[in-house]
Design a protein around this ligand. Sequence first.
Ligand SMILES: [Zn+2]
Ligand SMILES: [Zn+2]
Length: 405
Amino acid sequence: MHRLLPCHPGPKPDELLTSWIARVSYANGMTPTLFIASISEASGWMTDYDCSPSQQLNAALSARTGVHREEIESLTLASYEGVLFESRAFLGTLPSYILPLRLFRKADGCRLQYCPECIVPEPFYRRSWRLALNVLCTKHKRYLVDECTGCGAPITYLRAGTSEVRVGSTLPLWCASCGCAYAAGSDHSSVDAPLAEAQMMVERALARGYADLGRCQVHSLLFFMGVRHLLRVLASGNHGASLREVIRNANGLPNDEMGWRVGERFEFLKNTHRAGLLRLLVPLLRDWPREFVRYCRAARMPAEGLLHRYLTLQDVPYWCAREFGIYSARPRYDPSVEEIKAMMRYVQSGKDSSAVQIVRRFLLRKRATAKYRDLRNLVMEKSSLVRLTQVLAHRWAALEASRAA
Ligand SMILES: [Zn+2]
Ligand SMILES: [Zn+2]
């Protein structure tokens, strides 16, 4: 039977397991790495215990602190299972929407975040701060901080203060790289209404386990799966950029893409960039799917722009897939008889050799494929200009005859 540690502070409400382990370590005058090695068989801080807890470590923690194992388990991110993501880590991969806990790395990238006004009176890290969808503290109506305001180093409670740990130490609330206090010099910029609305939408879905979408309700897990997909579309390159611009212009939202990295995973984005995407998400989901279809049309979003390279409609949850399907079933561009006539004349004039290429490109487009399959085969065979114009002429005559009938 192990003896209780001299100091064994209990976990706080909504505290992260790793934050509690760090608090217990510092209270007993040890760094968290040393503490874990001293109470378990692990040789130090091995993994992201919030996502993949170790049963052996939990048993040791329970024996040395007197805290029940169930309570220790409740400090992990398990409570979000089935609500925000399907299951926790599959050997080293983080579940959706969970910020990576880069406690040892100085490298750039996302990390732990905190609210300066919450952490000073009660120095511990909340579970909700590891969610990439949480960019604000709704209690204090301010942005969460995700890097040292002095030098930009990641927020951590492992490296900081390791040289000055004594019995009774608390969590170090200063940067290990530059010594800047975590609560000082923080950004007090006010939170705008669209962002507050986005944050409320996330919190409501998490709390209730479902989300309202237009006239229907969707299970939170499926809702967040679809949201993930929409965020991916919004964060994408060319197509995403026009969609972002259209939504911003229509809603008077600021352009906050400074230092933006296109196509980056949502969880790897800085807090301000995640906030920017969430702001754009609210108008897109409003009166679902009407506004979504409207914005996609205005941005001339092609159907393929809605699906990530490796995804098909089967990979997208039904409430999204249905609308993607409806949207993509409507042809983006259907040339009229006059347009085909003009196209033909232009090709025939022979003034521009690139005209053949333009016609070829049009015919190779997915949307045109089914309708003009014969033409597509023709251009694939590097057909002659004469043959192509003949076919176009024939097609034009047929179209005109069908209109006249
Ligand atoms: Zn706060
Ligand atoms: Zn710093």
